[in-house]
Design a protein. Structure first.
Length: 263
Protein backbone atom coordinates (compact mmCIF):
# COMPACT_ATOMS: atom_id res chain seq x y z
CA UNK A 1 0.00 0.00 0.00
CA UNK A 2 2.84 2.40 0.84
CA UNK A 3 4.45 1.75 -2.58
CA UNK A 4 1.14 2.47 -4.31
CA UNK A 5 0.79 5.75 -2.36
CA UNK A 6 4.33 6.78 -3.35
CA UNK A 7 3.61 6.02 -7.03
CA UNK A 8 0.45 8.14 -6.86
CA UNK A 9 2.40 11.00 -5.26
CA UNK A 10 5.02 10.79 -8.01
CA UNK A 11 2.38 10.92 -10.74
CA UNK A 12 0.82 14.00 -9.16
CA UNK A 13 4.13 15.85 -8.73
CA UNK A 14 6.51 17.50 -11.17
CA UNK A 15 8.73 15.34 -13.39
CA UNK A 16 12.25 16.47 -14.34
CA UNK A 17 12.51 16.90 -18.11
CA UNK A 18 15.26 18.17 -20.44
CA UNK A 19 13.24 21.36 -20.92
CA UNK A 20 13.07 21.98 -17.17
CA UNK A 21 16.82 21.40 -16.76
CA UNK A 22 17.79 23.64 -19.67
CA UNK A 23 15.46 26.41 -18.48
CA UNK A 24 16.90 26.19 -14.94
CA UNK A 25 20.56 26.22 -15.95
CA UNK A 26 20.75 27.93 -19.32
CA UNK A 27 22.76 25.01 -20.70
CA UNK A 28 21.91 23.55 -24.12
CA UNK A 29 23.40 20.11 -23.38
CA UNK A 30 22.59 18.10 -20.24
CA UNK A 31 26.19 16.84 -20.14
CA UNK A 32 27.36 20.44 -19.59
CA UNK A 33 25.46 20.89 -16.32
CA UNK A 34 27.84 20.79 -13.33
CA UNK A 35 25.73 22.50 -10.67
CA UNK A 36 21.96 22.19 -10.28
CA UNK A 37 19.62 23.71 -7.71
CA UNK A 38 15.96 22.62 -7.79
CA UNK A 39 14.72 23.44 -4.31
CA UNK A 40 11.01 23.44 -3.52
CA UNK A 41 9.79 22.77 -7.07
CA UNK A 42 7.23 20.09 -6.17
CA UNK A 43 9.38 17.46 -7.91
CA UNK A 44 8.23 13.89 -7.37
CA UNK A 45 10.01 12.05 -10.21
CA UNK A 46 13.66 12.48 -11.21
CA UNK A 47 12.96 11.68 -14.87
CA UNK A 48 16.00 12.35 -17.09
CA UNK A 49 18.26 13.63 -14.31
CA UNK A 50 20.54 10.64 -14.85
CA UNK A 51 21.52 12.09 -18.25
CA UNK A 52 23.46 14.89 -16.50
CA UNK A 53 26.55 12.69 -16.55
CA UNK A 54 28.98 15.36 -15.31
CA UNK A 55 26.81 16.78 -12.51
CA UNK A 56 28.89 17.47 -9.38
CA UNK A 57 26.61 19.52 -7.07
CA UNK A 58 22.87 18.82 -6.69
CA UNK A 59 20.25 20.38 -4.41
CA UNK A 60 16.81 18.71 -4.47
CA UNK A 61 15.68 19.73 -0.99
CA UNK A 62 12.06 20.56 -0.21
CA UNK A 63 10.43 18.36 -2.85
CA UNK A 64 8.31 15.18 -2.87
CA UNK A 65 10.93 12.68 -4.08
CA UNK A 66 10.63 9.06 -2.98
CA UNK A 67 12.60 7.10 -5.60
CA UNK A 68 16.29 7.86 -6.33
CA UNK A 69 16.92 5.44 -9.22
CA UNK A 70 18.26 7.95 -11.80
CA UNK A 71 20.90 9.21 -9.37
CA UNK A 72 22.83 5.94 -9.73
CA UNK A 73 24.13 7.21 -13.08
CA UNK A 74 25.74 10.33 -11.59
CA UNK A 75 29.29 9.05 -11.11
CA UNK A 76 30.79 12.55 -10.73
CA UNK A 77 28.36 13.70 -8.02
CA UNK A 78 30.17 14.98 -4.90
CA UNK A 79 27.53 17.02 -3.01
CA UNK A 80 23.86 15.97 -2.70
CA UNK A 81 21.12 17.66 -0.67
CA UNK A 82 17.90 15.65 -0.35
CA UNK A 83 16.60 17.26 2.83
CA UNK A 84 12.82 17.38 3.34
CA UNK A 85 11.72 14.72 0.86
CA UNK A 86 10.07 11.26 1.11
CA UNK A 87 13.08 9.00 0.61
CA UNK A 88 13.20 5.68 2.43
CA UNK A 89 15.67 3.72 0.29
CA UNK A 90 19.14 5.13 -0.43
CA UNK A 91 20.24 2.08 -2.45
CA UNK A 92 20.91 3.95 -5.77
CA UNK A 93 23.36 6.28 -4.04
CA UNK A 94 25.73 3.37 -3.50
CA UNK A 95 26.79 3.81 -7.14
CA UNK A 96 27.78 7.48 -6.68
CA UNK A 97 31.45 6.68 -6.12
CA UNK A 98 32.63 10.30 -5.69
CA UNK A 99 29.97 11.37 -3.19
CA UNK A 100 31.52 13.35 -0.35
CA UNK A 101 28.59 15.16 1.30
CA UNK A 102 25.04 13.81 1.73
CA UNK A 103 22.09 15.50 3.46
CA UNK A 104 18.98 13.35 3.92
CA UNK A 105 17.51 15.10 6.97
CA UNK A 106 13.73 15.08 7.00
CA UNK A 107 13.16 11.85 5.07
CA UNK A 108 11.89 8.32 5.90
CA UNK A 109 15.08 6.44 6.78
CA UNK A 110 14.01 4.23 9.68
CA UNK A 111 16.88 1.80 10.30
CA UNK A 112 20.65 1.49 10.19
CA UNK A 113 20.23 -1.30 7.67
CA UNK A 114 18.99 1.24 5.11
CA UNK A 115 22.35 3.04 5.36
CA UNK A 116 24.59 0.02 4.78
CA UNK A 117 24.33 0.55 1.03
CA UNK A 118 26.54 3.62 1.49
CA UNK A 119 29.45 1.86 3.18
CA UNK A 120 31.23 1.41 -0.15
CA UNK A 121 31.48 5.20 -0.67
CA UNK A 122 35.12 5.67 0.30
CA UNK A 123 35.04 9.45 -0.17
CA UNK A 124 31.96 10.13 1.98
CA UNK A 125 32.99 12.64 4.67
CA UNK A 126 29.76 14.37 5.71
CA UNK A 127 26.39 12.75 6.44
CA UNK A 128 23.32 14.49 7.85
CA UNK A 129 20.23 12.63 9.06
CA UNK A 130 19.04 15.30 11.47
CA UNK A 131 18.89 19.10 11.39
CA UNK A 132 17.69 20.55 14.73
CA UNK A 133 17.59 24.15 13.48
CA UNK A 134 15.25 23.24 10.62
CA UNK A 135 13.43 20.66 12.81
CA UNK A 136 14.18 17.87 10.38
CA UNK A 137 15.06 14.28 11.19
CA UNK A 138 14.44 10.68 10.15
CA UNK A 139 12.52 8.00 12.10
CA UNK A 140 15.90 6.40 12.79
CA UNK A 141 16.98 9.35 14.94
CA UNK A 142 14.13 8.84 17.43
CA UNK A 143 14.01 5.05 17.26
CA UNK A 144 17.75 4.55 17.88
CA UNK A 145 19.22 7.34 20.07
CA UNK A 146 22.66 5.70 19.81
CA UNK A 147 22.64 5.79 16.02
CA UNK A 148 25.50 8.31 15.97
CA UNK A 149 27.97 5.89 17.56
CA UNK A 150 26.80 3.09 15.27
CA UNK A 151 27.27 5.24 12.17
CA UNK A 152 30.73 6.33 13.31
CA UNK A 153 31.71 2.65 13.38
CA UNK A 154 29.91 1.89 10.11
CA UNK A 155 31.66 4.76 8.28
CA UNK A 156 35.26 5.03 9.58
CA UNK A 157 36.11 7.79 7.07
CA UNK A 158 33.23 10.03 8.16
CA UNK A 159 34.41 13.43 9.43
CA UNK A 160 31.06 15.09 10.18
CA UNK A 161 27.70 13.68 11.25
CA UNK A 162 24.59 15.88 11.57
CA UNK A 163 26.81 18.94 11.27
CA UNK A 164 29.17 17.98 14.12
CA UNK A 165 32.79 17.04 13.60
CA UNK A 166 33.74 13.42 14.30
CA UNK A 167 37.41 13.74 13.33
CA UNK A 168 39.88 16.31 12.13
CA UNK A 169 40.38 19.91 13.23
CA UNK A 170 37.64 20.98 15.67
CA UNK A 171 36.55 17.50 16.79
CA UNK A 172 38.45 17.89 20.08
CA UNK A 173 36.28 20.87 21.02
CA UNK A 174 33.09 18.92 20.38
CA UNK A 175 34.34 16.07 22.54
CA UNK A 176 35.33 18.50 25.28
CA UNK A 177 31.85 20.05 25.31
CA UNK A 178 30.26 16.61 25.52
CA UNK A 179 32.51 15.62 28.42
CA UNK A 180 31.73 18.89 30.18
CA UNK A 181 27.98 18.38 29.78
CA UNK A 182 28.28 14.85 31.10
CA UNK A 183 30.23 15.93 34.19
CA UNK A 184 27.71 18.69 34.97
CA UNK A 185 24.83 16.28 34.48
CA UNK A 186 26.26 13.93 37.11
CA UNK A 187 26.38 16.80 39.60
CA UNK A 188 30.10 16.55 40.07
CA UNK A 189 30.33 20.13 41.32
CA UNK A 190 27.62 19.82 44.00
CA UNK A 191 28.93 16.98 46.17
CA UNK A 192 30.34 19.30 48.80
CA UNK A 193 33.55 17.29 49.05
CA UNK A 194 36.72 18.67 50.60
CA UNK A 195 38.96 17.75 47.67
CA UNK A 196 40.70 20.92 46.44
CA UNK A 197 39.84 21.99 42.89
CA UNK A 198 42.25 20.95 40.22
CA UNK A 199 44.30 23.50 38.34
CA UNK A 200 42.63 24.66 35.13
CA UNK A 201 44.01 22.99 32.02
CA UNK A 202 43.97 24.41 28.51
CA UNK A 203 41.15 23.10 26.34
CA UNK A 204 43.37 22.46 23.35
CA UNK A 205 47.05 22.15 22.66
CA UNK A 206 49.22 25.23 22.44
CA UNK A 207 49.13 26.86 19.04
CA UNK A 208 45.81 25.21 18.10
CA UNK A 209 44.14 28.52 17.28
CA UNK A 210 47.10 30.09 15.48
CA UNK A 211 46.43 30.90 11.85
CA UNK A 212 48.22 28.60 9.45
CA UNK A 213 49.95 30.03 6.39
CA UNK A 214 47.83 29.57 3.27
CA UNK A 215 48.84 26.77 0.97
CA UNK A 216 49.58 27.71 -2.61
CA UNK A 217 49.44 25.07 -5.27
CA UNK A 218 51.88 24.77 -8.16
CA UNK A 219 49.10 25.95 -10.50
CA UNK A 220 48.68 29.15 -8.51
CA UNK A 221 52.44 29.69 -8.38
CA UNK A 222 52.66 29.37 -12.16
CA UNK A 223 49.70 31.76 -12.58
CA UNK A 224 51.37 34.38 -10.35
CA UNK A 225 54.59 33.99 -12.33
CA UNK A 226 52.87 34.44 -15.69
CA UNK A 227 50.91 37.43 -14.39
CA UNK A 228 54.14 39.09 -13.23
CA UNK A 229 55.72 38.54 -16.64
CA UNK A 230 52.71 40.08 -18.38
CA UNK A 231 52.83 43.13 -16.10
CA UNK A 232 56.54 43.56 -16.79
CA UNK A 233 55.96 43.28 -20.54
CA UNK A 234 53.18 45.92 -20.35
CA UNK A 235 55.53 48.28 -18.54
CA UNK A 236 58.19 47.79 -21.22
CA UNK A 237 55.66 48.45 -24.01
CA UNK A 238 54.49 51.58 -22.21
CA UNK A 239 58.09 52.83 -21.94
CA UNK A 240 58.68 52.24 -25.67
CA UNK A 241 55.46 54.04 -26.55
CA UNK A 242 56.51 57.04 -24.46
CA UNK A 243 59.89 57.15 -26.24
CA UNK A 244 58.25 56.96 -29.68
CA UNK A 245 55.81 59.75 -28.83
CA UNK A 246 58.64 61.92 -27.52
CA UNK A 247 60.66 61.38 -30.72
CA UNK A 248 57.65 62.30 -32.86
CA UNK A 249 57.06 65.46 -30.85
CA UNK A 250 60.70 66.52 -31.25
CA UNK A 251 60.55 65.86 -35.00
CA UNK A 252 57.42 67.95 -35.37
CA UNK A 253 58.75 70.85 -33.31
CA UNK A 254 61.99 71.02 -35.37
CA UNK A 255 60.33 71.40 -38.83
CA UNK A 256 61.43 74.63 -40.64
CA UNK A 257 58.16 75.03 -42.54
CA UNK A 258 55.05 74.53 -40.40
CA UNK A 259 52.89 74.17 -43.59
CA UNK A 260 55.02 71.30 -44.92
CA UNK A 261 53.84 67.70 -44.61
CA UNK A 262 57.32 66.27 -45.05
CA UNK A 263 58.93 64.97 -41.87
Amino acid sequence: EEEEEEEEEEEEGVRITPQLLKASTGEFALESILLLRLRGRGIAHLGCLGDCANLEWLDLSGNAIAQLGPLAALKALTVLNLARNRVASLEPLGACQNLQSLNVAGNRVSSLQQLRCLTGLRRLESLRLRDPLARLENPLCAAAPAYRAALADMFPGLKALDGERLSGRGSELYQLCRDLDSSLGRGGGGTGGTEPPRAAQPWVEAGFWEARPPRRSSIMEEAYKQFGEVVQECRELSRRADDTIAQAERALSSRPDPNSFVF
